[in-house]
Design a protein around this ligand. Sequence first.
Ligand SMILES: C[S@@+](CC[C@H](N)C(=O)[O-])C[C@H]1O[C@@H](n2cnc3c(N)ncnc32)[C@H](O)[C@@H]1O
Length: 370
Amino acid sequence: MEAKGDGHVAEILHVFDFPQLYTKPTAQSLLNTLTLLTSAPPSWECSDSEEDYDISVGLNKRRASAATKPRPVQINPEGLTRYLTSIIGNDLGWIYDDNMKEDIWEEASLRLSERSGRSAMPAMSREFRVPTKSGRVDITIHEPALTEDNIGLKTWAASYMLSKRLHTIKLPQSKDKAPPRMLELGSGTGLVGIAAAAVFGSSVLLTDLAEITPNLAGNIEDNRAAIEQCGGSMDCAVLNWAEPFTCQSYLRGLGQIEDARNATYNGSSPKYPVILAADSLYSPEHPRLLVQTIDAWLSHESTARVIVEFPFRDAYVPELGDFKTRMASIGLCVLEEGEESGYDDWASEGGRSEVRCWWSIWGRIPESGR
Ligand SMILES: C[S@@+](CC[C@H](N)C(=O)[O-])C[C@H]1O[C@@H](n2cnc3c(N)ncnc32)[C@H](O)[C@@H]1O
């Protein structure tokens, strides 16, 4: 036992507390230890209340319940990698059940992957619990294995924070009192757009680059029934901010192209009264590209809103400033804003990676204020 800084005494286990291979431990004791070493990403929130667990780990369903419970102990990471690799490299000759052996090797490999950061993890499904105006909705998000450096295939902290914030946002009512149509830019795995459809009962178009939309479309389908129960609907399209006016439907066949400059087939405007975006500024080009796309697709009514949440990343502080300047230049101003902290998923060695984010709601600058 070791004392923590806050005065509490926490049990901290060291590698030498675990079953050592030279003692030929039982398969069950090895599996129990490997379960104990599970590090679920912190953005899959845990609380002390059993009812509030909003995590389900698709990695290895047999172990999901163990992975979702708060670990009663802390693990000293020193020597852990060597311990795990020694299990993977051992033939476990004293264990006669081949299935058990396979389970042990698989679990040890997963624990190693978790400690190498998200990019080393296999494909997984994650469940996010999002509050709605009348309760909550559980959203399942599939993230493919990140074999390439494709950041739209994982779910980022800002999107979970924004999803949980949506139910607090009051949008102006339209004349017909119908929920506003919404467009999400750079949806990635789709958490924000799917959550928005549930929270507002809106019809949401989730968009991203062509290579991201197949997984995005799959996530939309996986959640469609739950979202329709909340009165929402979703569609998916390719919208590259570098070609800001055109948007190519993904789910309804790639042939269908909408153009922000043209009226739709029934004469209505294709523009959107609400645009959403999370974690979309991570290159010097992004403020210009994102703002020109917002300008192309945001409707001109005074009730139009842009809702964004971006992390403060040391390398991209100028991009945040550039974004604000460009938003003002297209006639938008901040109506509400704030900062909050969340956690990105696995940092290396299974540690928590705190992310500070800025959220803001933008509206049109009244004519008199220009
Ligand atoms: C950091 S990820 C955030 C994804 C998601 N919003 C989230 O927070 O989990 C940035 C997203 O912006 C998308 N993106 C980057 N450049 C883009 C562009 N030129 N046009 C459309 N989407 C783009 C990426 O494909 C990626 O999905």
